[in-house]
Each structure stands twice: as structure tokens, then as C-alpha cells.
Design a protein around this ligand. Structure first.
Ligand code: NAD
Ligand code: ZN
Length: 249
């Protein structure tokens, strides 16, 4: 484990263009459960129903009650953990250029990262379906479900539902970053949701070193990642950043 941490720190310091790709596992230590796996949200509810745009448009009350309200409770209470903080430190040191994240919890920005590509949009903001006004999710009045804007339009989160397009600029920029990076940190993602899952492959084809940080092996581990540092994202990132700081002294 220590050897892997040292190896990762060395590769990061030697990188000219370091990019991170993060998934739900990065926020698990902040108390936000992943969608898949043990304790995941999808053990209890059917994603293709509750997280699909068609169902939201048809039954917004049900989706607010079962899924969005619950996500709001969890995300409102969460704080960045050492994985977010470590990435913020790497950006501050001028090492990390960009984060491509699948997460919608806004914790990378809260930790201090400036360049964050939110591939699936954000849950931190709501948009009125009728007039387009935006408010912070933490400020919404939940006495009426579904909550409504003063124009009586229903609020929707600014993250994408199944059945919706990936925001265009986010897709273009992510591909550009994947093509131009020479080191990609792939943290806490099972890399099964497309098209974001193809970003490590794009990076690999461009010659980048792929460093995976995950509690478990994933479909990337055998053929795509150069190596995996197995462990909890927060703990691993804290150790890696400590090593990076030693090397940079
Ligand atoms: P995922 O496919 O990224 O899978 C979670 C991964 O994290 C798994 O590979 C698991 O082994 C790993 N993991 C779990 N705990 C870990 C830890 N402490 N340290 C390191 N790795 C750990 O994510 P998913 O849950 O299948 O969700 C996919 C999509 O759902 C995302 O693309 C995202 O849009 C959305 N989502 C977002 C959030 C969030 O914003 N925090 C949470 C859940 C789901
Ligand atoms: Zn409105």
C-alpha cells in the first residue's frame, strides 16, 4: 500500500497535465451513499422509474417525495472529506488542472476546486420548469411537495435524469481534457455509466497514466488502469497528497 501511494505521488508530480475523474465513491466518506452497491439508493427504488425524466414530468410529487427530497436531506448535511480536500490542494499547488465529476453534490467546489466539469449537472441548484428562474437547493421551501416557484412552476434539480442529454459543453470539455492529460486519477467510480466511463479509455489511448483509487477492483482495473491504489478515497488521497508535498519541497 505504502509503495503504491509513493508511486502515485511520483507519477502525479511528474505529470504535466493531471486530470481527475470522480464518481460517487469519492463522496461516500461524506455520508452520501453511492447508487450501486451495498447500502445504495437503488437497492430500495427502481432507477429507471424514479430517476427517469418521463416519470418526473408525469409524477413530480412522487419523485420529490421518494428521491429528490431524500437526496436533499443527505446532501444538505454533507461536507467535503479528505478526497475532496486533497484534490483541492493539488489544484492549489498548480498540479491538478481539472476535475471531471459524475457527482452532483457540489462538494468539489465546496472544498475549493475551481475548475470542475459537472458531467451530470448539479443538484446544488434548482430551476423552475415554467419561468426558468434558479435557486439554491438548500434554500427551497419544502412545505409544499412538489415545491414550487412563485410563478407556480415546479422546481427541478439542475442535474440530468435518465433519458436526458449530457450537457454539450461538459461533454466536449471532458473529451478535450481526457485527450490532453498525461495523468488521470480515476477516483471512486465503477466506470459503468456511459459516456463518462469512456473517458479513461480516451486518456489511455492518448498515452496517459491511469491511476485508479477505489475501495474495490472495477471493470477498468485489469485492462485500462495502469495500477489501482485500493482503499477508501479520503484516506488514500490524504496519504498521496502528503507524499506529493514532500516531493515538492
Ligand atoms: P459509481 O459507478 O461511481 O460507483 C461507486 C464506486 O465507488 C464503486 O466502484 C465503489 O467500489 C467505489 N467506492 C465506494 N466507496 C468508496 C470509498 N469510500 N472510497 C473509494 N471508492 C469507493 O457510482 P454509482 O453509485 O453507481 O452512481 C453513478 C451515477 O450516480 C453517477 O454518475 C452520479 O451521477 C450519480 N450519483 C451521484 C452521487 C453524488 O453526487 N455524490 C451519489 C450517488 C450517485
Ligand atoms: Zn417560476
Amino acid at each position: 500500500m505504502d509503495d503504491m501511494i509513493k508511486k502515485a505521488a511520483k507519477d502525479i508530480v511528474n505529470g504535466r497535465h493531471v486530470v481527475a475523474l470522480t464518481g460517487a465513491g469519492c463522496s461516500v466518506e461524506s455520508g452520501i451513499p453511492p447508487f450501486r452497491g451495498k447500502g445504495g439508493v437503488w437497492e430500495k427504488i427502481d432507477p429507471m422509474k424514479y430517476a427517469h425524466i418521463d416519470y418526473f414530468m408525469k409524477e413530480p410529487e412522487d419523485v420529490w417525495r421518494v428521491l429528490i427530497g431524500e437526496m436533499k436531506n443527505v446532501i444538505d448535511r454533507s461536507k467535503p472529506n479528505d478526497a475532496h480536500k486533497g484534490l483541492a490542494r493539488l489544484e492549489e499547488m498548480g498540479i491538478l488542472k481539472t476535475i471531471i465529476t459524475q457527482n452532483v453534490d457540489g462538494l468539489h467546489q465546496l472544498a475549493g476546486n475551481i475548475d470542475v466539469i459537472e458531467f451530470h449537472g448539479t443538484f446544488a441548484w434548482l430551476r423552475c420548469l415554467k419561468c426558468g428562474k434558479r435557486i439554491k437547493t438548500s434554500d427551497v421551501d419544502m412545505t409544499e411537495i412538489p415545491p414550487r416557484c412563485e410563478c407556480r412552476g415546479i422546481w427541478r434539480p439542475e442535474c440530468i435524469f435518465f433519458g436526458e442529454m449530457i450537457p454539450y459543453m461538459e461533454l466536449v470539455r471532458s473529451r478535450e481534457e481526457a485527450l490532453s492529460c498525461d495523468v488521470m486519477l480515476v477516483i471512486g467510480t465503477s466506470a459503468t455509466v456511459q459516456p463518462v466511463a469512456s473517458m479513461p479509455l480516451v486518456a489511455k489511448e492518448g498515452g496517459a497514466v491511469i491511476i485508479e483509487i477505489n475501495a474495490e477492483k472495477t471493470p477498468l482495473t485489469e485492462y485500462t488502469s495502469d495500477y489501482i491504489v485500493q482503499g477508501r478515497a479520503g484516506q488514500v488521497m490524504r496519504s498521496i497528497v502528503e507524499e506529493v508535498e514532500k516531493l515538492k519541497l
